[in-house]
Design a protein around this ligand. Structure first.
Ligand code: COA
Length: 254
């Protein structure tokens, strides 16, 4: 079955994560497909807006941990990093409908979305440290900016999840609705945007992001180098193996 579904209707491209048996964990092929779709939309004047969505019960469990274990994300040229560069530099409006858990990159990609509509069952988490890793997607810069250092430290150092109401209060998401309504709301807003003058949308987004664009690119590069290094360290190998073996990791020897 296709793990990324792509629909193009009236200028709106909708990208659906469709790997429910693995909780929409993202593989190399899935990242590559999304990065291609974003590049296609950026280059095609008929496509004006992108919506990213998962399922009413799960947005994404983050990077596929067996890909991590098999060392399939080890350089900054890997599809995951290409996806992050594509999402963080995408010029047109980018929306997301998020319900259920949004883990790791499932949360950090939202820092690069313009409008996020969340189900009241949404739970956001960035448990990189618990996996022996470090933040990506410039979340080490964007999370403290958005949440304040204290809450970012709970989210990034402890890996504690936060719920839709906190995400709304800090401005990570735009609105909370029942899970059954999130996708429809994102579609309505996307179609409204698709009817607006494209160059005005692009210029407005560029101006709003201008002050942080250089810092985001620089931080993503630095995070990427650390992340790629940490992936090979004993702590990460233990965390990935423990996840696959459905046990708690033992960091006492690493
Ligand atoms: N990578 C690979 N497989 C994953 C996965 C991931 N990130 N997340 C879930 N899966 C797989 C599980 O191994 C399981 O596979 P199986 O049925 O073959 O045993 C299946 O998806 C269902 O997952 P399960 O944990 O049983 O579902 P749940 O509803 O109890 O919990 C989550 C859902 C998302 C909370 C939980 O799966 C989770 O925490 N996943 C890991 C998140 C993570 O650490 N991601 C990396 C961030 S950098």
């Amino acid at each position: 079955m296709n793990e990324i579904l792509i629909d193009r209707t009236d200028g709106v491209m909708t990208i659906t994560l469709n790997r429910l048996d693995k909780k929409n964990a993202l593989t190399r092929d899935m990242y590559a497909a999304i990065a291609d779709a974003l590049a296609q939309t950026d280059a095609d004047a008929k496509l004006r807006v992108v919506v990213l969505q998962g399922h009413e019960t799960i947005f994404s469990a983050g990077n596929d941990i067996s890909d991590f274990l098999n060392r399939l994300a080890t350089t900054q040229e890997s599809p995951a990093f290409q996806f992050l560069r594509a999402i963080s530099t995408f010029s047109k409006p980018l929306l997301a409908a998020v319900c259920g858990p949004a883990v790791g990159i499932g949360t950090t990609m939202l820092f690069h979305c313009d409008l996020v509509y969340a189900g009241d069952n949404a739970a956001f988490s960035m448990p990189f440290v618990n996996l022996g890793l470090c933040p990506e997607a410039a979340s080490s810069y964007l999370a403290p900016q958005l949440m304040g250092y204290g809450r970012a430290a709970e989210a990034l150092l402890l890996g504690e999840p936060f719920l839709a109401e906190s995400a709304l209060e800090m401005g990570l998401i735009s609105r909370i609705v029942p899970p059954s309504e999130a996708a429809a709301l994102a579609q309505r807003q996307a179609h409204k945007l698709a009817g607006k003058p494209l160059n005005s949308l692009i210029e407005t987004k560029r101006l709003m992001k201008k002050s942080q664009a250089g810092l985001v690119a620089e931080r993503m590069q630095e995070e990427g180098a650390s992340f790629a290094h940490l992936l090979h360290e004993p702590a990460a190998r233990e965390a990935f193996t423990a996840f696959m073996e459905k046990r708690k990791p033992d960091f006492s020897k690493v």
